[in-house]
Design a protein around this ligand. Sequence first.
Ligand code: UDP
Length: 237
Amino acid sequence: MEKGKLLYEGKAKKVYATGEPDLYWTEFKDDATAFNGKKKGTIQDKGYYNNQISAILFQWLEERGIENHFVKLLSDREMLVKALKIIPVEVIARNIAAGSLAKRLGLEEGTELSRPVLEFCYKSDELDDPMINDYHIAALDLATAEQMQGIKKQAWEINQLLTKRFKELGILLVDFKLEFGLHKGKVILGDEISPDTCRFWDAETKEKLDKDRFRRDMGGVEDAYQEIYRRLKGEGN
Ligand code: UDP
């Protein structure tokens, strides 16, 4: 497998072509952004941790029937993935109020929701990823009703699976963001699942183990990413 030309560079990843049209070579960067790029920095070895964490979680989900783009690790910071045409809708699942939901609804951060919530945002840097609903998604032709049905079903299932998995590791899965895309006509999970895209709190101490440490200048950012990786690898909790 060869690393071809750069197809796309995002805030956290680079995507390269391969010799195979159905496969992409992705590279995770240490660059960190928050508030839609308004805050910039680097988190040492973030690329390594997010690549490894995503690989573990994608593999674990695949074994439990959640098809996704992960094919294999290529290096510390690189993975081979199935080529997806990303649907420009960010899917956010929430179990505990935090971040923008806490602010928008006037809930104290940490308030457990009576039932989980799914939200959708339109992936657009210029517009700051505005929240949208099924009607907007249909009106803008972002996805078909059938595709949205599949996305929601998978998102709920992923939430159930990951919440349980992280609970075993002494971690609360507060909320997370997923992206889906089309591969050979099928909607499958793509992007990454990492402390960049999830809120993880230590179940005992409620300590934040995710990108909020960077967003809120709390320090200990690298250690938090490393801790998630360590627990997932089974090095004690
Ligand atoms: N999230 C993300 N990318 C985004 C927006 C949100 O990965 O562009 C994740 C974020 O890390 C958190 C969840 O989605 O785990 C909910 O984020 P929220 O809406 O509270 O926004 P934020 O507080 O991150 O601005």
